[in-house]
Design a protein around this ligand. Sequence first.
Ligand code: IPE
Ligand code: IPE
Ligand code: MG
Length: 252
Amino acid sequence: MPANKAKNNEMRLPRHVAIIMDGNGRWAEKRFLPRVAGHKAGVDSVRAAVTICGELGIEALTLFAFSSENWARPAEEVSLLMELFLSALEKEVKKLHKANVRLRIIGDLSRFNAKLRSRIADAEALTAGNTGLRLFIAANYGGQWDIAQAARRLAARVQQGELALEGITPEALEAEVCLADAPKPDLFIRTGGEHRISNFLLWQLAYTELYFTDTLWPDFDAEQFKKALADFSRRERRFGKTGAQVRSEDKA
Ligand code: IPE
Ligand code: IPE
Ligand code: MG
């Protein structure tokens, strides 16, 4: 039975969930706290999301931690976010490893300092052999950057004479964008009330089911996550076909 089909009355789960964790700043501001307090509180929600995905046997979870546009924030917030990223990596990686999680950071890492880059490499190496949840953290990630870097790699192969111009196809590009070796995201969640994809996974989100909630990321707990999963399980995914076609395939 395909993983995205379930028996009657069994909840149909996504194989891959991708989340824009938004609303940390507003969560803190509502409490008259500095914005960084919201980012710190958001780490607890990350832990909760990872735990529930592990428990449910969801294959992959991608979390947007820092966008390529977030460098435009006040320098103090950017540097506090970097510190938090580094300390979360140092604190959480052993626990992730114990939980059999395989961690990878996606994005343009060249802009991070050497210390952060080496921590990232260590964390990825430590967890590379794990067979449980695949956790992708998008850091200095932009969907447009991702498509451009994929195009650049294909162009290099054309230049080397390894690939014909006609070889630049959606399938070839698909193999070069980030997350190519994971199932396509089935469910996208954005917390914090904004109804936009910003510059997240632009290529990969074709046909992903979109779920938006006003809940601010630090308040997004296991119960909220399950609500999103329940909503997903009621969606009919048609991929261009008619509803009748899909329903007759499901019965087969
Ligand atoms: C998301 O929360 C976290 C990051 C972008 C790092 P925000 O910091 O964007 O929170 P709001 O949107 O200002 O509330
Ligand atoms: C999106 O949040 C990026 C992350 C959650 C890391 P933002 O709060 O930066 O999004 P926009 O720019 O307002 O759309
Ligand atoms: Mg925001």
